[in-house]
Design a protein around this ligand. Structure first.
Ligand SMILES: Nc1nc2c(ncn2[C@@H]2O[C@H](COP(=O)(O)OP(=O)(O)OP(=O)(O)O)[C@@H](O)[C@H]2O)c(=O)[nH]1
Length: 416
């Protein structure tokens, strides 16, 4: 087992089946046991990704299945048929990932959301800042239970150092009262370097100091947690703030990338290319690539087949030019910007790509299709990217006119 299996512990076979199907749809493997007796026959739960367990099993009516999974440090979430206050408190005490009320219209959606979150959290790093070892340990344990990667710092200065080392930290949870640098000072320092959208700060504030929450928020905290708080509130705030950051990341990605091939779009290409040219005025090659007779592909095999070829063609370009900026300028037209390359090397590598396309079979709906590419190549110089693109376009036009499936080199300063 490769730690990708969800174990469902549920006496109702239909409910177990639905949860297994949800897990499988998300790319997990899934197994089910239907009683506590069956659960304890499993030698170890350690190899499971997580356990999804019914709180009330006929032979284990008080959450014993959950205790067993938790005793082996497996992320466990609970399904329960009723959620009166007493059950809720009892479940929360058990250090579970979350609990789900069974048989509501949203419960299965919630199972899917939880599974995706647990998988996604494995790539999310959070920094906990507190001078108290026991508080740090407590917060870290809560976060690790949700599969987060956790870094720790015992004061603000150390926190800034950790942020420098781990530039993938998405969220900081900080206390206020600490030696060397308070949480408030840390928050202010963080905001000089990182925006609210790059790095969320959740401050732990003392409920007795009514002013502190406002000061934290005014100094750049995304959110505040008043002491004392329970795990449920802590998680809710962590997830709400991470979701905000992830949504902004998705919007930014969509604004700068092509929706189909996921490489840079025209706008993003210009930004990056101009940047490179501003620091490097020679040895930058720019190639404009256009798939040949692509309309015929669409007309013969359909637009969906055309889309698959566009994606696969992009992957070909990326694997041949891992050192280049690859962008889709529109339709079946792509651009490659190669920094630090001589004209001869650029020409050689692009001709090799051309031959590769000629001999490569695109796999579309069990059919092997051939598509060639025409390329206009120029050296980008101080006249800028727009001028280089115009020259590359003329060279590409010549490549098409000469019979396609070839590279034509344009010359410097050909366009006024
Ligand atoms: N499947 C698919 N087709 C696209 C997309 N964008 C543009 N196209 C198609 O690309 C084709 C481009 O056709 P043309 O400009 O006539 O060029 P061509 O057939 O490749 O001919 P040459 O460039 O002269 O070799 C058109 O049929 C467009 O509809 C897309 O995102 N997906």
């Amino acid at each position: 087992m490769d730690n990708n299996t969800v174990l469902v512990v549920e006496d109702n076979p239909s409910t177990a089946k639905v949860i297994m199907a949800i897990a499988q749809k998300l790319g997990f493997e899934a197994e089910a046991v239907h009683s506590y007796a069956e659960l304890i026959t499993l030698s170890s739960l350690k190899a499971y990704f997580c356990v999804c367990a019914d709180y009330h099993l006929p032979d284990a009516p008080n959450g014993e299945a959950i205790d067993l999974a938790l005793s082996q440090q497996i992320p466990t979430f609970v399904l329960t048929g009723k959620l009166d206050e007493q059950t809720r408190l009892r479940v929360l005490k058990k250090s579970v990932v979350d609990f789900i009320l069974k048989e509501t219209i949203h419960s299965f959606d919630y199972v899917a959301k939880l599974l995706m979150r647990l998988r996604n959290n494995m790539n999310v790093r959070i920094l906990v800042v507190d001078d108290s070892v026991s508080v740090r340990r407590y917060l870290t344990t809560l976060l690790e239970r949700q599969n987060f990667i956790v870094a720790e710092a015992e004061n603000g200065q150390q926190a800034l150092e950790v942020l420098n080392i781990h530039n993938d930290i998405k969220l900081v949870v900080t206390d206020q009262e600490m030696p060397l640098m308070t949480g408030l000072q840390l928050t202010t320092a963080i905001r000089k370097e990182y925006s609210h959208e790059q790095l969320a700060v959740i401050a732990i504030s003392n409920a007795t100091d009514a002013m502190l929450t406002a000061r934290f928020l005014k100094n750049g905290a995304n959110d505040c947690l008043n002491k004392p708080f329970d795990a449920e509130e802590f998680y809710t705030r962590i997830f709400r703030n991470l979701e905000y950051i992830e949504q902004v990341e998705q919007i930014e990605f969509a604004a700068h990338h092509d929706y189909l091939t996921r490489v840079k779009n025209r706008r993003s290409f210009f930004e990056h290319a101009e940047n490179i040219l501003s620091t490097q005025s020679s040895g930058v090659a720019l190639a404009l690539l256009d798939l040949d007779h692509f309309k015929a592909i669409n007309d013969t095999y359909g637009h969906d087949a055309g889309d698959i070829i566009l994606v696969q063609a992009t992957q070909r370009m990326q694997s041949h030019f891992p050192d280049a900026i690859v962008a889709r300028l529109g339709g079946e037209e792509f651009c490659l910007l190669l920094p630090q390359v001589s004209p001869d090397e650029a020409l050689g590598r692009l001709e090799f790509l051309c031959h590769h396309f000629e001999s490569f079979a695109f796999n579309v709906a069990n059919q092997q299709l051939q598509v060639t590419v025409s390329i206009g190549l120029v050296e980008a110089d101080a006249t800028g990217i727009s001028a280089a693109l115009k020259r590359a376009d003329i060279a590409l036009y010549q490549a098409k006119n000469n019979g396609r499936n070839q590279v034509v080199e344009g010359s410097l300063g050909q366009v006024n």
